[in-house]
Design a protein around this ligand. Structure first.
Ligand code: ADP
Ligand code: MG
Length: 734
């Protein structure tokens, strides 16, 4: 028996158990040993029901009655009555219908552990775990490991199998370099994993957890530091700083730059001067004015003869950015092109040609920019708006759009490509696959020029990268995942902005809100109404765009001009409506969250969000940021569908306009993995560690640096290397 042994070979694991384990993704001995408990329960501390106090509790009780019912789509509620010798209580489970089978048919004693709390007018035990008392080990001092119920897999099943494998624990190999284990005084890996499954006391669990968390963080920060080292080896294009160019640009703006904008622009222009590619994140809350900073940088790049590619996540945004940039840049003779799906036929072919021959300086677009047909002339600067909306591969593909050329003074000027119309056929050379960029050693794979055969490929240069985001990234995350990055923060709103007034509106106050809206429209302002659904649904009573549009049009706002917008419309329909709204041809826009990101209509002053509790904190803040972008006082109404107490999320957003503060709150309410894990497309796959553990992060950083400085080869540790390389790929910005 070894780590690769299939679980159905284990004594006591019958076909049924083997199937359950397989469904949960556990096939081998190694799989199950690494299936770590999500928590440990101290069952020695049982409280009689009659003596319960609110908080985390464990009781020993029998189930007297249990049933499940659907409440709404996606929510099934199971309720039970539990009793011991002292009293009874109600228990509820959300989406755990299997509890009926587990508890309903037996008269056995169970241990239940969960939160005892006051909810909906009475005390109840919420989402308790349930362990059959007679199956539990008898040792009184033992903490009980609780495993994730993957597809209904019972903790009891896992515990039984692992108990059999106990002698194998010691063969689990060490994965960290021994020098690191030693200097950090960590438990070795076998001891740590063994302690997670068979802990003797809390202290042992804590040590084990720390060792495993350290390993996860070490893998992340090592990846990040290696990325930084790789980036520093890359060649780039030096773009000289021209004071008069910057001054002329700033002079022509209809407003004064904020100090934060000045600082960010300065950071960028300084990076430009280096002959290695910039790798910078521009973080700024909604409305902080990121676009104009990007525009100024693009102006400087154009002045030095380089093209800028500006990629946005939606057509609406791309179009808006193109308009904004055209206004900012065309007075200086800098040309701006727009490449989106709805530019078709001859116009598109013409645009490809202008991009390839350098007739356009700044190319704004959606994903269309990374298509093979797009050939740039002298791409020196890449801007990615709302960067978290793009995958790593998409960002890399855009960066690889640079042509292969000699790096060094004057090399660019000697490039004289024949003019090409990039419409396909023989022109389309295979590009280097995304991810295969020459990161580790540097040469040659970034080759894409049509005339490859004539021109030997030489060391490739990377364009400068500016990634922009309105999602504030807490410092701990920035350090671990984005440690390779330089960050500029716009922590200041343009002057004259008044804070948006946000209000939670319960059903009885709805009419008053409509009255306030109508007054705003009478003053020439515009309004967004956001719904979470496109069409009414049988399984949900949430409001939909289509129904709400009709209702408002046929009743309260019959005298106003109303449009609707949602994701099922074609891109050009959406664009037309958005444009018409911008041009003030509508008063009210009923929409889904397609307007979420970046859309700029300074005349819009009311954001009404229906079923507000359906949205996450970050999304609510983003939506709210669609208003408050001009001189007028703006309002955000968070509409409640019931008279229930508003959630903490809603109360937080009602009280704060500060995106950074809300991000911290969001992180503490939901945990960082939940938020940033998804945001990074699964990059931040932390199972044990949390980003709240700044001390452990700092230790991991020092250890990673020492490891790199020691010159020891990562390839000596294949398991570690595999995970570090994975992390390098998924967390890099470029
Ligand atoms: P975001 O950072 O959310 O992308 P935008 O770049 O869309 O913000 O800018 C929001 C609005 O603020 C735009 O209408 C823009 O013209 C305006 N703006 C940007 N900078 C300033 C400034 N320094 N003073 C006044 N208005 C500004
Ligand atoms: Mg923006």
């Amino acid at each position: 028996m070894n780590l690769a042994t299939s679980l159905d070979q284990i004594k006591g694991v019958g076909p049924k158990t083997a199937a359950e384990l397989r469904q949960a993704g556990l096939e081998t001995v190694g799989d199950i040993l690494l299936f770590l408990p999500r928590k440990h329960e101290d069952l020695t501390n049982v409280t009689p029901i009659a003596e319960l106090r609110p908080g985390k509790v464990t009781i020993r009780a029998r189930c007297q009655q249990i049933s499940t019912r659907p409440v709404r789509r996606g929510l099934r509620l199971t309720t039970a009555v539990l009793a011991d010798d002292t009293s009874k209580l109600n228990a509820v489970w959300f989406n755990q219908p299997y509890r009926v089978q587990q508890l309903g048919s037996s008269d056995e004693w169970f241990y239940f552990s969960g939160t005892f709390e006051y909810n909906y007018g009475r005390y109840q035990l919420t989402n308790p775990t349930a362990e059959l008392a007679k199956e539990l080990p008898v040792q009184a001092d033992r903490l009980l490991p609780v495993y994730h119920a993957v597809r209904g897999l019972k903790s009891q099943t896992v515990r039984k199998v692992i108990e059999q494998l106990r002698p194998l624990m010691s063969v689990l190999p060490e994965t960290l370099p021994p020098s690191v284990v030693k200097s950090e005084k960590l438990l070795d890996r076998a001891a740590a994993i063994s302690a997670m499954h068979f802990p003797r006391n809390e202290r042992e669990v804590e040590q084990a957890r720390q060792r495993l968390a350290f390993e996860e963080l070490f893998e992340l920060v090592l990846a990040s530091q290696l990325n930084k080292i790789d980036n520093q080896k890359l060649a780039g294009f030096a773009i000289p700083f021209e004071k008069s160019v910057v001054q002329d640009f700033v002079k022509k703006l209809p407003f004064a730059l904020t100090n934060a904008q000045r600082r960010a622009a300065w950071d960028i222009l300084q990076d430009f001067e280096n002959a290695r590619p910039m790798n910078r994140l521009l973080q700024g809350d909604v409305g902080s004015g990121k676009t104009v900073v990007a525009g100024l940088a693009a102006r400087q790049a154009a002045n030095a003869g380089y093209q800028t590619a500006f990629m946005a996540p939606t057509e609406i945004l791309a179009r808006q950015h193109a308009q904004t940039l055209a206004k900012l840049l065309e007075p200086f003779g800098v040309t701006v092109g727009l490449l989106i799906g709805s530019v078709k036929g001859k116009a598109r072919a013409m645009l490809y040609q202008q991009i390839a021959n350098g007739a356009v300086d700044v190319i704004v677009g959606t994903h269309a920019l990374i298509q093979d047909k797009v050939e740039f002339h002298r791409l020196g600067f890449v801007i990615i708006d709302e960067q978290h909306r793009f995958g790593v591969e998409q960002r890399q593909r855009l960066l690889m759009k640079v042509k292969t050329e000699k790096v060094g003074s004057g090399a660019l000027d000697t490039l004289s490509e024949p003019m090409t119309i990039a419409t396909g056929s023989s022109q389309e050379t295979e590009r280097a696959a995304p991810g295969s960029r020459a990161r580790h050693g540097g040469e040659g794979s970034v080759s894409s020029a049509p005339s490859d055969t004539k021109k030997p490929s030489v060391a490739a240069a990377m364009p400068h990268l500016l990634a922009m985001t309105a999602t504030p990234i807490p410092r701990s995350l920035a350090l671990t995942v984005y440690g390779e990055l330089d960050v500029s923060v716009l922590d200041e709103q343009p002057r004259g902005r008044r804070p948006i007034l946000t209000k939670i509106i319960s059903p009885p106050s709805r009419e008053a809100a409509y009255t306030a809206i109508d007054q705003q429209i009478a003053q020439g302002r515009q309004v967004y109404v956001v719904c979470s659904l496109i069409t009414d649904s049988d399984s949900s009573d949430r409001k939909s765009v289509e129904a709400e549009y009709k209702r408002l049009k046929n009743s309260i706002f019959g005298h106003r001009r109303i449009a609707m917008l949602h994701g099922k419309m074609t891109a050009s329909e959406k664009d037309q409506i958005m444009q018409a709204f911008k041009d003030q041809r509508y008063d009210i826009l009923v929409s889904t969250t397609v307007i979420e990101v970046g859309v700029d209509v300074p005349n819009a002053t009311i954001m009404m969000i229906e079923d507000a509790d359906q949205f996450g904190l970050a999304q609510l803040h983003q939506l709210r940021g669609r208003v408050g972008r001009g001189q007028h006082q703006s309002f955000c109404y968070l509409m409640m569908s019931t008279n229930n107490k508003p959630s903490q999320r809603l109360r937080e957003i009602e009280q704060s306009n500060d995106g950074f503060h809300l991000a911290e709150v969001d992180m503490s309410l939901r945990g960082p993995g939940e938020i940033y894990g998804r945001m990074q497309h699964g990059a931040l796959n932390l199972q044990i560690a949390t980003l709240a553990d700044t001390q452990l992060i700092a230790r991991a950083q020092k250890a990673a640096k020492r490891f790199i400085d020691s010159g020891e080869s990562l390839s000596k540790y294949p398991a570690l290397e595999a995970r570090v390389r994975h992390n390098q790929r998924v967390t890099t910005l470029n």
